[in-house]
Design a protein around this ligand. Structure first.
Ligand code: ATP
Ligand code: MG
Length: 283
């Protein structure tokens, strides 16, 4: 049975569960439980503290894990990254109080920096030849300068709201992070097959998210032109309409090109354009 570790509660929980559901895994009543077996896949979900996940994955207690890249880097474990998952995007940054006169990284020389990520910070400071003292705290890092505990902080930032509310200014970005799927380095052949299956599903879900399904009607004389506008899979499907000399064209379009394509299609006489989401996309 494949053991998949996800965060028990916190920022990664909801989207980890959603991703597994989108991959067709039925997980019931997860909240509050430590271990739940998946009804329709040979797997078990382990609900763990975010900071415990790297070690458990390295040791093989978990075969697979959904966790932030930042945590893996901090813990310095030997695990295999399989795919980035596109959620929980953030960066690890150094911030200082607004009134401090920060010029460059050199301003941190001999200063005190509070963080929950001492290893990552230490490595960064070393690479910049900065000698500062690191004060490790496990949470609410952003209040450290206000209570005189530190001159600067090093913490995760996404919108920057928390920094702003605490009168802090982001000065240096140490790393960018998002949730990713990691595997233990020495999984058995059977488990590797299960991991492959799951990875295949994740890729189909991710691909589908980038695309929409499109159909529209167009005079036959413009079908060639229309299909040159559509960067579909192989080529669009053309179905004749009952109305003579008209067809219905079906294809997929990348969401980011959506309005550009719609405008072009309209300009060549497309009518009744319908666009709907794609749930899975298997190539
Ligand atoms: P634990 O489960 O041990 O309590 P935690 O307190 O680090 O861990 P969260 O605060 O829920 O857990 O953060 C989990 C992960 O979410 C982080 O490691 C990071 O990858 C990601 N994340 C994304 N944006 C942010 C942010 N603005 N602040 C903190 N973490 C973020
Ligand atoms: Mg926490």
């Amino acid at each position: 049975m494949l053991k998949i570790a996800i965060q028990k509660s916190g920022r990664l929980y909801d989207q980890s569960i959603r991703l597994l559901n989108e991959c067709g895994l039925i997980i019931d009543n997860a909240k509050g439980q430590l271990k739940v077996s998946v009804q329709n896949f040979d797997a078990e979900i382990l609900f763990l503290r975010n900071s415990d996940i790297p070690k458990y994955t390295e040791s093989g207690v978990a075969d697979l894990a959904i966790v932030g890249e930042n945590v893996i880097q901090e813990m310095n474990v030997e695990v295999k990254k399989l795919i980035q998952l596109g959620f929980s995007k953030c960066r690890l940054s150094i911030a200082t109080p607004k009134q401090s006169n920060y010029n460059s990284i050199l301003s941190l020389q001999q200063k005190k920096i509070a963080t929950s990520y001492p290893n990552t910070l230490q490595r960064y400071l070393q690479s910049q030849n900065i000698d500062a003292s690191i004060h490790q705290i496990s949470g609410s890092v952003e209040i450290a300068p206000n209570i005189g505990l530190a001159d600067a902080i090093c913490d995760l930032v996404s919108s920057g709201n928390t920094l702003f509310k605490n009168n802090l200014v982001e000065q240096e970005v140490i790393l960018h992070s998002q949730a990713a799927l990691y595997a233990n380095e020495n999984t058995s052949k059977t488990k590797k097959d299960l991991i492959e299956q799951l990875l295949f599903r994740i890729e189909s879900v991710q691909r589908a998210k980038a695309f929409d399904y499109i159909l529209f009607n167009i005079p036959n004389k413009n079908i060639k032109l229309a299909s040159s506008i559509l960067p579909g899979l192989k080529s669009p499907t053309i179905i004749p309409l009952l109305t003579p000399d008209w067809s219905s064209v079906h294809s997929v379009i990348e969401k980011k090109q959506y309005w550009q394509i719609i405008n072009k299609l309209k300009s060549i006489g497309a009518e009744g354009i319908l666009v709907s989401p794609v749930q899975k996309m298997v190539l």
